[in-house]
Design a protein. Structure first.
Ligand code: PMP
Ligand code: GLU
Length: 394
């Protein structure tokens, strides 16, 4: 049986693949340190678990409206107003099976064959694949390291063609952890308005910032920008709920309606119990991100200091998310490897440290290290990476 052309060239998500590989090696008795994970290592807070149990006991185990229960939509609306100063109505919100599926569904409903979407690189691995699955073409614009991996309005202007339909902005970014400032967003926003582009603002890391920089949603900068933006977010990172699979999109009524129609023929509603758990997450007085931020900040500082000491490795210090994105091309070439991908494979083989090669993020000279593991493990991982480089330099 031949596989459909649509998915023949589809590569599996490298982030998920590395995490799975590290887990498998661990299960087989190897002392592996996995820096691949794109998920907080904290437990989902107890009051959220309790809300899920209560929902089950109350029999909330049936289909719900496709776009999510009304109470959860209201809680998302309150969140967007409280945190982002944005006002939405229920028909401008869809609750989805994770932020990833919000993006997938969005591309399916906005793209016609050959439409282009501007994807600033380094990018999260799933954007280009999802765009291609919807018949679109990712138009990659390189965010240069000297500009903290961010793209400029001039670069955006140059990349726009008659086929450009949308742009993705992911701030704080996965994999670089960099953030756009308000004035940078305003400048990019003007180009989007001039060329009538839809803006897809992936704000999944908005709560995980370790500097005094404030997260700004491009949608909150003007009514004009809000009307051309779809905000993507969810509870995966903010409430340590990656496995529950709840995300959302907030945007123009026509787009949300089309996404809901499509979901009604694909996922139907996101899991009912997970929706009640997410309702508790958004309605709670507690803010789990306070503790998470403290712990992540300590780990970031510890890992960063050790990584930049390694010969042939340079790294910008990120502002948010939970990844370091060092350039290791010099370390790899100095030690005789043909590519960073080979270097990453040898590191796993020899030192049992699993990291994600930058090639999947559109930045083949770099690697992504997640610091969603304990400080002790991070220190041990840095020690092994250093030993690996030094052994190969001999
Ligand atoms: N966007 C980015 C930038 C991400 O890193 C992730 C990672 N999970 C997602 C979206 C998807 O999140 P979710 O787990 O809610 O699908
Ligand atoms: N977003 C996370 C990552 O980049 C989780 C894995 C995934 O969904 O790709 O690692």
């Amino acid at each position: 049986m031949e596989i459909a052309n649509r998915v023949k060239t589809l590569t599996p998500s490298s982030t998920l693949a590395i995490t799975a590989k590290a887990k498998e090696l661990k299960q087989n008795g190897y002392d592996v340190i996995g820096l691949g994970a794109g998920e907080p290592d904290f437990n989902t807070p107890a009051y959220i678990l309790e809300a899920a149990r209560e929902a089950m006991d109350l029999g909330m185990t049936k289909y719900t409206p496709t776009g999510g229960i009304n109470e959860l939509k209201q809680a998302v609306i309150e969140k967007l107003s409280r945190d982002n100063n944005l006002t939405y109505s229920a028909n401008e919100i869809i609750v989805t099976s994770g932020a990833k599926h919000a993006l997938y569904t969005l591309f399916q409903v906005i793209l016609n064959e050959g439409d282009e979407v501007i994807v600033p690189s380094p990018f999260w691995v799933s954007y280009p694949e999802q765009i291609k699955l919807a018949g679109g073409t990712p138009s990659i614009v390189s965010g240069l390291e000297e500009n903290n991996f961010k793209i400029t309005p001039e670069q955006l202007e140059t990349a726009i063609t008659a086929k450009t339909k949308a742009i993705i902005i992911n701030s704080p970014s996965n994999p670089t952890g960099m953030m756009y400032t308000e004035s940078e967003l305003k400048a990019l926003g003007s180009v989007c308005t001039k060329h009538d582009l839809l803006i897809i603002s992936d704000e999944i890391y908005e709560k995980l910032i370790y500097t005094n920089d404030k997260h700004v949603s491009i949608a909150q900068l003007s009514t004009e920008l809000k009307e051309r933006t779809v905000v993507i977010n969810g509870v995966s990172k903010s409430h340590a709920m990656t496995g529950w699979r709840i995300g959302y999109a907030a945007g123009p009524v026509a787009i949300i309606k089309a996404m809901t129609n499509l979901a009604s023929h694909s996922t139907s509603n996101p899991t009912s119990i997970a929706q009640y758990a997410s309702l508790a997450a958004y309605r709670a007085k507690e803010d789990p991100t306070i503790e998470m931020r403290k712990v992540f900040a300590e780990r970031l500082n510890a890992l960063y200091d050790l990584i930049v000491e390694i010969p042939g490795v340079t790294c910008q210090k990120p502002q948010g998310a939970f990844y370091l994105f060092p350039n290791v091309s010099q370390a790899a070439s100095l030690t005789g490897f043909e590519s960073v991908d080979d270097w990453v494979s040898a590191l796993l083989e020899e030192e049992k440290v699993a990291i994600v090669p930058g090639s999947g993020f559109g930045a083949p000279d770099y690697v992504r290290l997640s610091y969603a593991i304990s400080k002790e493990q991070l220190e041990e991982a840095a020690k092994r990476i250093r030993r690996f480089v030094e052994n190969h330099l001999k």
